[in-house]
Design a binder for this molecule. Structure first.
Ligand code: FAD
Length: 398
């Protein structure tokens, strides 16, 4: 169910396994995705698909300082390539691997369990039966049950692709996080922090986005738009032409789904967004082949398994204890970060990117085994300034 990146990643892998797959989505799978996806280039290189990047930057930096003498006033160079997918190429590459897939353009309304099978009832009244349904309908899935842990923190961003009176970032540069905040008033500095995510597309076209990493309730788009304009104008920059506006909002710490439900999920519906970074596409690409392979084995080796059995076994592949533990650690870290004011957050990130590149990049991609992740978090704690250490253990000095 779905036609976003999660649905196409898992459907294409299930097809590769020779399974009989049908897809159901509210709109045509050929309709361009609304979001633009960014990723560290190495994540795609390790999968042999770096050619799917439409843009790639070598000059990748962040700003974690403010004044001239303050730590991090100069940009921190990440010395690590970042890229943006060529949206059409990415979508088409997945669709090509879905050859033979039947698409029903339908909106699922409810899912029932009938005679050991799952039955998807659509708003048209049509019904579709399958041995197992995989819900890839995104973060707002109505079908996946999960515990209620209270308010969910959301990443919010307002961005503009356009032309500017002068370049908002250097030529050929990608800015992951520009936390400089000299343009904010004292009152604004007390509000939840945000940073600039920006890049040069070439031909005088730039993308600039004011981003709040995670907050509950989310920082409003109006606030982010005002801050973006204030940030730019403090540097004497005006937006001259808007080609595209991006309004971004998605949950960062959606609780993990219950694993005893008869539907499986993948992607946003399965809480697969990295709680510390908001990234997910790398994880979809890495994890879909294994899940599809195992599901295919369960179906062929144990033909008597019904939807509930298949889903239970598959949830354990998608969220094994090791990944659940890692997810908890990331969620704990995010909770701490959300209590930091902007000065503390800048100090935290300045320290984080002093970790060895292999550590911070694999932390962000969620590819560190649990013991190594714990080690990296302890190392981060050790090298942090005292005020960040106190913040990490829950003591925030005002
Ligand atoms: C603006 C934005 C920018 C982002 N940028 C990045 C990024 O740079 N890098 C990154 O890794 N992650 C990014 N993310 C996070 C995450 O990767 C995306 O949210 C991603 O689109 C989630 O993929 P998905 O396939 O799970 O869900 P979606 O992309 O939301 O797709 C859901 C699909 O399900 C269909 N659907 C929904 N309900 C039904 C129904 N009842 N019946 C049938 N079909 C249904 C929809 O039509 C859609 O096709 C971003 C998120 C947003 C919102």
């Amino acid at each position: 169910m779905g036609a976003g990146p999660a649905a196409l990643c898992i459907a294409s892998e299930l097809i590769q396994q020779g399974l009989n797959v049908s897809a159901l989505a509210s709109h045509s799978p050929k309709e361009p995705w609304p979001n633009t996806y960014g990723i560290w280039a190495e994540e795609l290189e390790s999968l042999g698909i770096a050619s799917l990047l439409g843009h790639r930057w070598k000059d990748t930096v962040s700003y974690f300082g403010n004044g001239k003498n303050e730590e991090g006033a100069n940009p921190t160079s990440h010395d690590f390539d970042y890229g943006l997918f060529d949206q059409a190429a990415f979508q088409n590459a997945l669709l090509d691997r879905c050859e033979g897939l039947n698409w029903a353009i339908e909106t699922a309304e409810k899912i029932l369990f009938v005679e050991k099978l799952s039955e998807v009832v659509c708003s048209s009244g049509n019904k579709y039966r399958a041995r197992i349904v995989i819900d890839a309908s995104g973060h707002r899935s109505r079908f996946i049950r999960r515990p209620n842990h209270g308010d969910v923190a959301q990443q919010a961003a307002y961005g503009v692709v356009g032309r500017f009176s002068s370049p908002p970032v250097n030529k050929n540069q990608f800015v992951l996080m520009d936390f400089r905040s000299n343009h904010l008033t004292k009152q604004e500095l007390k509000e939840p922090p945000s940073f600039l995510y920006a890049m040069d597309f070439g031909n005088d076209l730039f993308f600039v986005e004011e981003t709040s990493l995670a907050y509950s309730p989310p920082v409003s788009w109006e606030t982010l738009k005002d801050r973006l304009i204030a940030r730019l104008s403090s540097r004497g920059i005006e937006i001259e032409q808007v080609s595209h506006e991006e309004y971004c909002l998605f949950p960062m710490n959606l609780p993990l789904p219950y694993r005893n439900q008869s539907i499986l999920a993948f992607g946003g519906a399965a809480s697969m967004v990295h709680p510390a970074s908001g990234y997910m596409v790398g994880a979809l690409l890495r994890r879909a082949p294994e899940l599809a392979k195992k599901l295919s084995e369960f179906m062929s080796i144990e033909p008597a398994l019904d939807s509930a059995d298949l889903a239970a076994k598959s949830w354990n592949i998608l969220w094994p204890p090791e990944l659940v533990q890692r997810h908890r650690l990331y969620q704990f870290g995010l909770k701490r970060l959300m209590s930091f004011d902007e000065a503390l957050l800048r100090s935290f990130f300045a320290t984080f990117f002093r970790l060895p590149k292999e550590d911070w990049s694999r932390f962000l991609a969620n590819t560190l085994p649990l013991p190594k992740l714990v080690f990296v978090m302890l190392r981060l704690f050790t090298i942090s300034p005292l005020k960040v250490k106190l913040g990490m253990i829950g003591i925030v000095i005002v």
